[in-house]
Design a protein around this ligand. Structure first.
Ligand code: CP
Length: 304
C-alpha cells in the first residue's frame, strides 16, 4: 500500500515515470478513459481549495471512476467531533483512494496510519503539497524541455508556502543550476530547510530582497501568494501583503524563454497585464495538474 504524503515518498525514477505518464495522458487523455472504471476517489477537504480538489475530481472522472467527499468538514461528522483516525477507517471502506487537505501539518500522515487505502496529501498547513510539486514538475518539463540546468527563483512567502517547501526539496534532487530566494526578512525559507538544501543536496543558493537585481538570470520564476490565513496578526499581513508585485515593466529585462509559474490562487502579486505574456504559464500549469493527478491515481491504484 503506497501513500503520497511528501515528495520523498517517491524515488527520482518514480517521479520521472509519473512525469512521462502525465505527458502521455496530456497528449491523448481519451486513451485512459476507462483506466479506473469502478474505482472511487474520496476528496476529504478540511480547508478550502479550487485547483487541488477539482483537478483531482476531474482526473478521476476522466479515468472513468467516481468521486465522493466533502469540501466543508462541517457538513460531515467531523463537526460532531469525529477524529481523523475514525473518519479514515470509515472512508477506507467506501473508497479506493483518498486525497486529504488539512490546515494542520501532519494530518494526512496521521490518516495514512489508519488507512487501508492510499492517502494523498492535498496540502497540510504550511508543511507540504506534493501533488502541486508533481504539477510543477510536469509544467517545467513541458515548457522548458528539462528539469535540469535551470536557475529557479522562488518569490514571496517562502516561510509558510507549502508549495515552495515541497518543490524546492524535490528540485534539489535534480541538477538545478542555482536557487534564488526572494522574500521579505519575515518570510524567508526556514533555516533548517535551507541548511538541508546546502549541506545535504549541496545546491547553490542565493538570497536577495528584490526581483530586479536577479531578473536577467532567471529561467523559472516561481511566484507565490502572501498567505493571509497563515498570519497570526492582521497588521503583519497588511504590511507584507504587497511585498512583490510583478508587472510588464518588471519582467522587461527577463530572458525571452523564462517562464513564470504560480501555484495559484494569486491576489496582487502578478498584475493581470502579465497574463498575456507568452512567458506566463500559470493557467497552463493548473491545467497540467489534471494530467499528472490522473497519472498519480493510476500509479497508486496500480493500474499504471
Ligand atoms: N494550488 C493550489 O493548491 O490551489 P488550491 O488551494 O485552489 O487547491
Amino acid at each position: 500500500l503506497r501513500h503520497l504524503i511528501e515528495p520523498e515518498d517517491f524515488s527520482l525514477d518514480e517521479l520521472n515515470h509519473l512525469i512521462a505518464l502525465g505527458e502521455e495522458i496530456h497528449a491523448a487523455p481519451e486513451k485512459y478513459s476507462e483506466a479506473c472504471k469502478g474505482k472511487i476517489l474520496a476528496t476529504l477537504f478540511y480547508e478550502p481549495s479550487t485547483r487541488t480538489k477539482f483537478s483531482f475530481e476531474t482526473a478521476m472522472l476522466r479515468l472513468g471512476g467516481s468521486i465522493i467527499g466533502f469540501s466543508d468538514a462541517n457538513t460531515s461528522s467531523v463537526s460532531k467531533g469525529e477524529s481523523i483516525a475514525d473518519t479514515i477507517r470509515v472512508m477506507s471502506a467506501y473508497a479506493d483512494v483518498a486525497v486529504m487537505r488539512h490546515p494542520k501539518e501532519g494530518a494526512p500522515k496521521l490518516a495514512s496510519l489508519y488507512s487501508s487505502i492510499p492517502i494523498i496529501n492535498g496540502g497540510d498547513g504550511g508543511h507540504q503539497h506534493p501533488t502541486q510539486t508533481l504539477t510543477d514538475l510536469l509544467t517545467i518539463q513541458t515548457f522548458k524541455g528539462s528539469i535540469d540546468n535551470q536557475v529557479v527563483a522562488f518569490c514571496g512567502d517562502l516561510k509558510f508556502g507549502r508549495t515552495v517547501h515541497s518543490l524546492i526539496r524535490t528540485l534539489a534532487r535534480y541538477n538545478i543550476k542555482k536557487f534564488i530566494l526572494i522574500s521579505p526578512e519575515e518570510l524567508k525559507l526556514p533555516e533548517l530547510l535551507k541548511r538541508t538544501l546546502v549541506d545535504v543536496y549541496q545546491v547553490e543558493l542565493m538570497e536577495v530582497k528584490t526581483i530586479e537585481e536577479v531578473v536577467e538570470e532567471i529561467d523559472i520564476l516561481y511566484m507565490t501568494r502572501i498567505q493571509k490565513e497563515r498570519f497570526f496578526n492582521e497588521a503583519d499581513y497588511a504590511r507584507l501583503k504587497d511585498s512583490y508585485i510583478i508587472d510588464k515593466a518588471k519582467i522587461q529585462k527577463a530572458k525571452q524563454d523564462m517562464i513564470i509559474m504560480h501555484p495559484l490562487p494569486r491576489v496582487n502579486e502578478i498584475a493581470y497585464e502579465v497574463d498575456t505574456d507568452p512567458r506566463a504559464v500559470y493557467f497552463e500549469q493548473a491545467k497540467l495538474g489534471v494530467y499528472i493527478r490522473m497519472a498519480l491515481i493510476m500509479k497508486l491504484l496500480e493500474v499504471a
